[in-house]
Design a protein around this ligand. Structure first.
Ligand SMILES: C[S@@+](CC[C@H](N)C(=O)[O-])C[C@H]1O[C@@H](n2cnc3c(N)ncnc32)[C@H](O)[C@@H]1O
Length: 266
C-alpha cells in the first residue's frame, strides 16, 4: 500500500518534470530487479507452456495472470481481459496484431483465442531491460505460445516509425488484420500515432482494441482517455469493457469501423 502510494507520487512528480533523473534511476533499478526475478523463473515459464493448457476462458486467464509465478502477467483488469478473451474467441480472428507486448500476457491470450491457423504478430520496442520491450531471451518463450498450426511473428521496432508499420504490413493477411490491439505508448500523441498508422491495416469487419481508455488517477503520463473520446466521436460503433467506472486505471475500448456484427457474417 505504501509502495503503491510512493509509486503514484513519483509518477506525478516526474510528469511535472521534477526529480526526473533520480526517479528514472529508481525505475531502472526496479526493472533490473524484476528482470532478475524473471530470469529465475525462465525454466518454470518454459515448462508451463509445454504442459496442457486450460480450455475454458477463466482457466486461460488464470494461467496468464498467475502461471509460472506470474511470469506472463498481463497489465490488465482481470474482469476486462476475461470479457475481451470471450469476445475474441467468439470472433475467431485469423490475423492479429498486438502493439505492446511487454511480459506477453495479452499476447498469450490473443494467441490462444484466435482461429486455428491464425497468424499473430507482436510489435514492441527493441530495447529490452531499460529501453522498453522485453529482453531477447524471452522471445524463445513467447515463440512457444502458438499451438497447432497457429503462427507467431515477433517484430522489434518503434511503432511510431513508418518502417515498423511497413514491416508489420508485410506480415498482414491479404485483407489486413482481423484484430489490432494498441497497448504501447500511452501518451495522447503516442496512441494517436499508433491508431493513425495501423488502423488502415484493419481487415474489413475487423476490430481495434485500445487499452487504458479511462482517465488514469495513478499515472499522469497515461493520457489515452482524451484520444479515446475523439475515437468515440469519429466512429459510430464502439464499446467499452470497464470493470468499474471509478477504478481510475485500465479500461478497454473496442472500435468496429464496419459495425460489431460485420466479422461474423464475413
Ligand atoms: C503496457 S505494456 C503492454 C502490456 C501487454 N499488452 C499486456 O497487458 O500484457 C506496453 C508495452 O508497449 C511497448 N511500447 C511502448 N512504446 C512503444 C513504441 N513506440 N513502439 C513499440 N512498443 C512500444 C513497451 O515496450 C511495453 O512493452
Amino acid at each position: 500500500m505504501i509502495v503503491d502510494k510512493l509509486k503514484v507520487a513519483l509518477r506525478k512528480s516526474r510528469a511535472r518534470g521534477r526529480f526526473v533523473g533520480p526517479i528514472n534511476a529508481l525505475n531502472r533499478a526496479h526493472l533490473k530487479m524484476k528482470e532478475a526475478k524473471d530470469r529465475r523463473l525462465r525454466d518454470v515459464a518454459m515448462a508451463s507452456l509445454d504442459g496442457s493448457r486450460p480450455d475454458d476462458v477463466e482457466g486461460l486467464v488464470d494461467f496468464a495472470m498467475n502461471g509460472a509465478g506470474g511470469f506472463f502477467q498481463p497489465m490488465q483488469s482481470r474482469v476486462e481481459i476475461t470479457e475481451l478473451v470471450r469476445l475474441v474467441r467468439a470472433r475467431q480472428p485469423r490475423s492479429v496484431l498486438e502493439i505492446g507486448t511487454a511480459r506477453g500476457g495479452t499476447l498469450f491470450l490473443l494467441t490462444e483465442s484466435s482461429a486455428p491457423g491464425a497468424h499473430i504478430v507482436s510489435l514492441d520496442l527493441p530495447g529490452g531491460r531499460n529501453g522498453g520491450g522485453y529482453p531477447e531471451w524471452k522471445a524463445e518463450i513467447y515463440r512457444k505460445f502458438p499451438r497447432g498450426d497457429r503462427r507467431l511473428s515477433l517484430v522489434r521496432g518503434d511503432s511510431h516509425l513508418e518502417s515498423s508499420r511497413d514491416a508489420v504490413a508485410a506480415l498482414a493477411g491479404q485483407d489486413g488484420f482481423d484484430l489490432i490491439m494498441i497497448d504501447a505508448d500511452h501518451s495522447y500523441d503516442g496512441v494517436k500515432r499508433d491508431f493513425e498508422l495501423y488502423s488502415p491495416l484493419l481487415a474489413p469487419g475487423g476490430m481495434i482494441v485500445m487499452h487504458d481508455i479511462l482517465p488514469n488517477r495513478f499515472d499522469a503520463e497515461i493520457t489515452v482517455a482524451p484520444f479515446w473520446a475523439e475515437v468515440q466521436r469519429r466512429y459510430p460503433h464502439t464499446r467499452e469493457l470497464v470493470e468499474d467506472r471509478d477504478q481510475g486505471v485500465f479500461g478497454i475500448g473496442l472500435v468496429f469501423p464496419d459495425g460489431e456484427q460485420a466479422a461474423a457474417t464475413r
